[in-house]
Design a protein around this ligand. Sequence first.
Ligand code: GDP
Ligand code: MN
Length: 390
Amino acid sequence: MKIHEFQAKEIFSRYTIPVTREILCFTPAEVTSATETLGLPVVVKAQVLTGGRGKAGGVKLARTIDDATQAAHQILGMDIKGYMVEKVLVAQGVKFSAEFYVGLTIDRKTKSVIFMASKEGGVEIEEVAKNTPEAILKFPIDADLGMTPFMARKIAFALFNDFNLVKQATTLFQKLYTMFLETDASLAEINPLVLTDEGNLLALDGKMTFDDNALFRQKEIAALNEPTEDEQKEISAKEKGLTYIRLDGSIGCMVNGAGLAMATMDLIKYYGGSPANFLDIGGSSNPQKVIDAMNLLLSDKHVKVVMINIFGGITRCDDVARGLISALSQLKIDIPIVVRLAGTNSKEGLEIIKQSNLTVVETMSEAAQKAISLCKDCAKQAPYLSSISI
Ligand code: GDP
Ligand code: MN
């Protein structure tokens, strides 16, 4: 789960990591009065759940109150990488001489928390990571020892020569690590961490993401969640016992079992189509789930054809068939549906759907090919192979 910069910096403050004074605003008028409160200059910053705001024009320095108000007019309502800016942070402008990058994340290679640090912080950090990866130093942190004063000093010395700064950085890095652990974060990043003209280290930006599996014990953080439209759908699907992930293709998939769902998506790709989603309706026999799943698929305007792939084990094909018939009678469905039912009670299941106008096929390979051929807007890509039987 991601949170906004202003929320990350509130957490930083709780751990006494130094941040700028700032006020969250929703309207240009609020920005004007926030600027009066903070004093000039200020920086007006878009609060959206994505990075690279500076480069997208979502961070503006204002030297007059008029500039700040104007920046608010420009930034509020702006689209940054598909995210609409609904709020801005007005932060006290800071004069600084250097920008550093520091961040903590979990590194699967070393199976540890890793501390990343660079003297080349700022908006170009992605370029630095791509072109000169050696400029980003990495320090695996031993889980048993934690961030020892020795380790924190070692990292600090890699960034600073001045002993006063090393001292400041050492305590700051230890606080950052404690925060990372205590909040079940998967990322805690300060970019830039600046050296102010007064000689202090200050977090000018903050980014945190959290392990979704730990949110049950991080109630305060979980409450900050602002799910996107797609995530909202995924959450409501989960409440109905469905595992749904939206993708950007045009073939809606309804499958029982995660492995079969993955294989189904692979097969659609294999034959030159593209899946609109991952959807696992689970292993239990419950016709209501089929109705819910069909509703979910049809709510996505990109879905041009539905492919149902059921291999009955615990799931009984006749139950799925009953759910389908009931969904067909309840919903207005005007796109083709291709069905493959095999396994437990498939004979009974096929008998039930015989009267409907569903396209019934025998194998999942046929189902994928049929779905692609029925999909009017699907890209006409040549299949890798024309004769393959799976
Ligand atoms: P990001 O682009 O989304 O990472 O947004 P940041 O908050 O990191 O801001 C982008 C850049 O704007 C920073 O790297 C700084 O160079 C600059 N910036 C941000 N706040 C201030 C400030 O208070 N004073 C000055 N002079 N520059 C700032
Ligand atoms: Mn930044």
